[in-house]
Write a new protein. Structure first.
Ligand SMILES: Cc1cc2nc3c(=O)[nH]c(=O)nc-3n(C[C@H](O)[C@H](O)[C@H](O)COP(=O)(O)OP(=O)(O)OC[C@H]3O[C@@H](n4cnc5c(N)ncnc54)[C@H](O)[C@@H]3O)c2cc1C
Length: 459
């Protein structure tokens, strides 16, 4: 039985804080990025170092507590927290060290995307990862990690060199291609199933000033833009990565007032090749499509592009996500996308198609746990709004939209774009890699201690 003496003893063993329900900081500490998820853990252990993580894992186990691991807290279904259990909160673990000679980056488990971008940019480097700076590097990496640099340099996991992991028995191991190779394979896409990653070592690439940003068209042009994008992408150089956005122009600066509230289709591009060739690289977007209602493409520091959407997406909004991997985009699917985005319940609700091609396809489906190497896009439909009263409407819209387009998509989805959707979806996502993951789970976490995640059951 968990009692106050045990809690006080645990608290005394931590260098970081232990937050309980009675503490004034509890309400703030338990909040997740997605305000649709309202979880009330018993204890939140803010880990200051690896020793704290080890102590927290041991305490969770010894007291049979449901235990969640929190990186950036950005997860859609709130898998960085739990009800009535222990949260191992990695947010104080912020160390980042760049080795410019080797082009590597060591980032601790509590770093956000923006913190890593900030540190690497000073050296003219970047690690391929996501497109919103507040996302945690922990959950993003372990789920796979895709963004503007994926076409050229692969997923975040394709740039992972090693990871320090606290296992379910409280021991610390380093996983890489030469140490605990099975664990290293599983970490690259298998999510938080295998342990707490306290630090990641990444390969970085020379990325500094990029040419990019969004170009918006009216929704009536979406079929033309989407069909063009579908045909253009396989021919586009890997230095150019455009993702497709369907949504509504937010009624706020810096968007011009005359287009506020307009349903729209956009391409958000990032060109990382030589700047003198940038205009030429994006020329097809500018010349082969109908006149846009807004063109904000231009040169900018990479971290500026990475934080472009931050002001629109602060913590505390309601989010309902549905994802799929997409291989083909037939005209019928395009029509359905247009029809459903036209009915979106809020200005922030969106559909994105992120390219999963180029360097991502260079890794075999069995090369890492992240198996869906033959998809062309990772799709996300997200119902988003600030008003909690809209939660049901966001869900209904998201589900209806997803049901309509899912028949054109693959069976699985990016684990980082899923709500809690059951074992079948998780199996469909990992495909032929599932059984190997279940066997590795049995080896490293036989009791399924780490189960607040897109869970892989021990074989
Ligand atoms: C606005 C927004 C934009 C996004 N954009 C992208 C994008 O461009 N590309 C992309 O790939 N994804 C993107 N995502 C999805 C994102 O990758 C997931 O939400 C991811 O789960 C966030 O990781 P986190 O550490 O912030 O989350 P948390 O909620 O803290 O954790 C998520 C899961 O990962 C586990 N976990 C986290 N850190 C660790 C760790 N160090 N060790 C072990 N387990 C851990 C948790 O236990 C939990 O199961 C975006 C999400 C949001 C909300």
């Amino acid at each position: 039985m968990l009692n106050e003496t045990k809690i006080q003893d645990f608290k005394a063993r931590l260098r970081g804080e232990l937050i309980q329900r009675s503490d004034p900081e509890y309400e703030q500490a338990r909040q997740l990025y997605n305000a649709m998820i309202d979880k009330r853990p018993l204890l939140i252990a803010r880990c200051a170092d690896v020793a704290d993580v080890i102590a927290a894992v041991r305490f969770g186990r010894e007291n049979d507590l449901l235990t969640a691991v929190r990186g950036g807290g950005h997860n859609g279904p709130g898998l960085g927290s739990c009800n009535d259990g222990l949260v191992i909160d990695l947010s104080p673990l912020k160390g980042i060290r760049i080795d410019p000679a080797k082009s590597t980056v060591r980032a601790e488990g509590g770093c956000t995307q923006g913190e890593v971008d900030h540190a690497t940019h000073a050296f003219g480097l970047a690690v391929p990862a996501g497109i919103v700076s507040t996302t945690g590097i922990g959950g993003l990496t372990l789920g796979g990690g895709h963004g503007y640099l994926a076409r050229r340099y692969g997923l975040t996991i394709d740039n992972l060199i090693e990871a320090d992991v606290v296992l379910a028995d409280g021991s610390l191991v380093t996983a890489s291609v030469s140490q605990h190779e099975d664990l290293f394979w599983a970490l690259r896409g298998g999510g938080g199933n295998f342990g707490v990653v306290t630090s990641f070592l990444f390969k970085a690439h020379p990325v500094s000033t990029i040419f990019g940003g969004p170009v918006f068209w009216e929704l009536k042009d979406a079929p033309t833009v989407m069909a063009w994008y579908r045909d253009f992408l396989p021919k586009a150089p890997v230095e150019l990565s455009p993702f497709l956005h369907l949504g509504t122009v937010p009624a706020t600066a810096p968007f011009p007032k005359e287009i506020w509230g307009k349903k729209n289709c956009a391409l958000v591009a990032c060109y990382t090749g030589p700047m003198e060739k940038a205009e030429e690289a994006v020329r097809p977007i500018r010349q082969e499509l109908p006149p846009p209602i807004l063109d904000w493409m231009g040169p900018m520091p990479f971290p500026a592009l990475q934080s472009l959407f931050d002001p629109l997406l602060p913590k505390g909004l309601q989010w309902y996500w549905k994802g799929d991997f997409v291989r083909e985009l037939p005209d019928q699917a395009i029509d359905l996308h247009r029809e459903h985005i036209a009915k979106s319940p809020s200005d922030l609700s969106l559909m994105h198609l992120y390219p999963i091609d180029g360097a991502v396809h260079e890794v075999e489906p069995g090369g890492t746990a992240w198996s869906c190497r033959d998809a062309t896009w990772s799709m996300v439909i997200a119902g988003i709004d600030s008003d909690p009263a809209k939660a049901e409407e966001l869900k209904t819209w998201g589900r209806g939209y997803w049901q309509a387009v899912h028949p054109y998509n693959l069976g699985g989805a990016y684990v980082n774009f899923m709500m809690e959707e059951g074992d079948e979806r998780i199996r469909a996502t990992y495909g032929d890699n599932y059984d190997r993951l279940a066997a590795i789970k049995k080896k490293y976490d036989p009791t399924n201690f780490f189960r607040v995640n897109q869970n892989i059951k021990p074989a």
